[in-house]
Design a protein around this ligand. Structure first.
Ligand code: NOJ
Length: 764
């Protein structure tokens, strides 16, 4: 029997190392106002304390407030004037190294103290070389490769003078209507934590002072992905326990991995906008987690607290944000206009501003900007689109592709396939395959599926008739030509999905059907008597049950980036055996949303045997007996979290544990057989889930706790062994992380639905 939650002792409370911990004396040039720099540092070994203190002592209040002010490259003359006066600390979106060096020289050479600027940019899934959108990257379940991709993004971005990216976005989302689901790692907190931390490591490198390292920014803190009805910027209503157990976990993981900065989110949670949420930012992030890095607002978020109806004016919004310990005001100018007056009126203590300035100067110091403020203008020529970067982009795109259906082994195409009819608006859409947030990626570097198919099969063997010019196109103009030409083709490849602009920020949708006449196109194709292979290129899960039924095989490729074409073609011909798994549940219909695998059990869970809408006779009287939690019309999802097929067939069996009972400081050694029963070598993402059967808070019916990519030769069998620390099995109850004793189920499988199971007990 478990004890009640109230009587539980916290068995494990996570501890944190402050990012900027070490204070080692620095050489300060006291003879002038300019600052001399003397020593290397990193987020891991910060020695900036005395150096930063010495600058702070020299700063006027205006200069201090200036460090909190973030401006945009497009601010032009005002930016230059402020840089000269020391009234700006960071700048957004300078992408030409010459431009950056010019404004940096104003800050460093012409301002009184010569404090360098940091240049920040939204480098979300690549700077020039574009990797799959983060939701696509998540399908790889491959943190090492994601870290490498982020490293490449940092190398390319830093070559342009960018030393700070507003990434990773680690917002959990269970709602594909929300356009920004594209930017995150899906619905699972463990997956998002693992992949978010990998991105942080990739961006920041071994040391921030490496000139190719860029500061990461975990965003949007917090709960933004739960925006009501999937409409961007909407309110959220997340309870404190749910916040900690779901939405905060990836942020916590980023803090553990010394993320240099964190961005507050736009949403108001339970009535309090994040940028003014003292509990969230000051108490939880800083005091509880020990985070001592920079907190930046989202764009104009201080002023927007007035729109929310949380603050009367920009002055009171400034007070809220400062009291929440938000350091940098992105673009609202509210700090510039109000902090000085609030200090004069005794409402803000200057030490609050000093603390914020110190955090910002520490970051600049860690990045080595005092020592090397300028960027090398020659780097872009070698860094951008370097062959090794392009190769990695293809690797990650290949790992991101998910095989959803493959009847009669339609894929991979065999040598008997000579002629292919290629159709659909996404077959040759170099810009659209890049996805959302690609300010700097050039579409002319994209290799489209059509180009890659022509390369693979010869131009003469590819019959191309797009039928629809773009995804929303309703005029099925080339359909007759498709019908005519289909008789020459062995298979039909249909590339459908979404243009980039249909997902991402402020691009939410209430309907998740294929846009325009794409569904009609697939339906028509399915009647031509040829195998139809549908490839979906999109920014979110779409409700495509019909199109799946009408296709022989389906590949899903969340916007795959620069090398999407070759990655898809390698998959179609079998050089890449798909290993991608879905990081989000695919609903059958929008009405099921939010639909996610890690939901709690109800008191009346469905067992799948309940009456369906068509089983109910007209006039059936109401009964209160045997009622269960289910929809009369749609019960199941289209695909569960973790789902993804392969050209290989994998079989799981014989899940064993080394013990039946564990102490909290033990590790569970679980072993199982994984067999490739096919003639094709492949990689399987083996997933481990647990269920805490009963606890002080109701816990999800399954929670991902571990995963690994396992390679198996044809007809190969492995006894796989994983070690899972028992202290990972806990949950947050208030501000305590608890591993509760009692019974747990443990599951292993190739997706969240289809698993083998065992059980164990955790003892005190
Ligand atoms: C608003 C977005 O919410 C955020 O993600 C982005 O980093 C900033 N704008 C800056 O562009």
């Amino acid at each position: 029997m478990k004890t009640s939650a109230k009587t539980l002792a916290p068995l494990l409370i996570l501890m944190f190392t402050p990012a900027f911990a070490q204070d080692v004396p620095q050489k300060i040039d006291n003879t002038s106002c300019k600052i001399a720099f003397s020593c290397e540092t990193s987020v891991y070994d910060d020695s900036s304390g005395p150096f930063v203190d010495s600058i702070l002592k020299k700063m006027t209040l205006d200069e201090k407030i200036g460090q909190l002010n973030q401006m945009h490259w497009e601010d032009g003359t005002l930016l230059e004037e402020n840089a000269r006066k020391g009234l700006v600390g960071s700048v957004m979106s300078i992408t030409n190294p010459k431009d950056f060096n010019k404004i940096q020289s104003i800050a460093v050479e012409e301002s009184r103290l010569g404090i360098p600027l940091i240049n920040a940019r939204d480098v979300i899934h690549g700077f020039k070389t574009i990797f799959p959108i983060p939701l696509g990257q998540a399908c790889s379940f491959d943190p090492d490769l994601i870290e490498e991709a982020a490293r490449i993004s940092a190398i390319e971005a830093s070559a342009a003078g960018i030393r700070w990216t507003f990434s990773p976005m680690v917002d959990i989302s269970q709602d594909p209507r929300w356009g920004r689901i594209a930017e995150g790692f899906g619905e699972d907190p463990y997956l998002a934590s693992t992949l978010g931390a990998a991105m942080v490591k990739g961006y920041q490198g071994k040391s921030l002072s490496d000139p190719t390292s860029i500061a990461a920014c975990a965003k949007h803190f917090a709960g933004y992905g739960a925006s009501e009805s999937g409409k961007d910027y909407n309110s959220t209503f997340i309870s404190p326990n749910r916040l900690r157990n779901l939405y905060l976990r990836p942020f916590h993981a980023c803090v553990d991995n010394e993320v240099a900065t964190i961005m507050t989110s736009f949403n108001d949670n339970d009535g309090i906008p994040s940028t003014g949420n003292e509990w969230l930012v000051k108490e939880v992030l800083r005091d509880e987690w020990g985070y001592n890095g920079v907190v930046v607002t989202d764009w104009n978020a201080i002023n927007e607290m007035v729109n929310h109806g949380y603050c009367e004016d920009a002055r009171s919004a400034t007070l809220k944000a400062v009291n929440a310990s938000v350091d940098i005001d992105m673009m609202s100018r509210a700090y510039m206009a109000n902090i000085k007056h609030l200090i004069a009126d005794g409402l803000i203590n200057e030490s609050q501003i000093d603390n914020a300035v110190k955090r910002i100067l520490r970051l600049k110091y860690s990045l080595g900007l005092f020592k090397s403020p300028y960027c090398d203008e020659t780097l872009p020529s070698t860094a951008f689109y370097a062959p090794s970067h392009i190769q990695k982009a293809q690797e990650l795109a290949e790992e991101s592709i998910v095989l959803l259906k493959n009847d009669f082994h339609t894929l991979p195409l065999g040598p008997e396939v000579k002629k292919i009819l290629v159709t659909g608006p996404l077959a040759d859409a170099p810009y659209e395959q890049l996805g959302t947030w690609i300010f700097d990626g050039d579409a002319q570097h994209s290799i489209t599926p059509l180009a890659a198919l022509r390369d693979e099969f010869g131009v003469e063997n590819i019959i191309y008739e797009p039928c629809l010019e773009y995804s929303r196109d309703t005029k099925l103009e080339g359909l007759n030509r498709v019908k005519e030409k289909s008789s020459d083709a062995d298979v039909i490849l249909a590339f459908v999905g979404e243009e980039s602009i249909l997902s991402g920020e402020a691009h939410s949708l209430a309907s998740l059907f294929l846009q325009g006449a794409q569904s009609q196109l697939i339906k028509e194709l399915s009647q031509l008597g040829k195998p139809v292979i549908t490839v979906v290129i999109a920014g979110r899960p779409l409700t495509i049950a019909n199109e799946i039924a009408q296709s022989s095989a389906v590949l899903y490729s969340f916007a795959p980036g620069t090398m999407g074409g070759p990655a898809i073609v390698n998959t179609i011909v079998g050089r890449n055996n798909p290993s991608g798994k879905l990081p989000v549940t695919f609903p059958m219909t929008v009405g099921q949303i939010p639909m996610y695998y890690n939901h709690n059990n109800t008191g009346r869970p469905s067992d799948g045997t309940e009456l369906r809408i068509d089983d109910i006779s007209v006039g059936t009287p109401q009964t209160s007996l045997g009622n269960k939690s289910y929809y009369l019309d749609y019960q199941k999802c289209l695909y569960p979290f973790g789902f993804g097929m392969s050209y290989s067939d994998f079989k799981y069996s014989d899940l064993c544990l080394d013990k039946n009972e564990y102490q909290v400081n033990d590790s569970i050694i679980l072993t199982f057989n994984l067999e490739n029963t096919s003639d094709v070598p492949g990689i399987e993402v083996a997933q481990v889930y647990i269920r805490d059967i009963h606890a002080g808070l109701t816990r999800p019916v399954k929670e991902l706790i571990h995963f690994e990519r396992i390679a198996l030769e044809a007809n190969d069998k492995k006894r796989v062994s994983f070690s899972i620390p028992v202290d990972k099995l806990g949950y947050w109850l208030g501000n305590k992380y608890i591993v509760e004793p009692g019974k747990f189920d443990i599951f292993v499988g190739g997706n969240s639905d289809d698993c083998i199971k065992n059980s164990f007990n955790v003892l005190y």
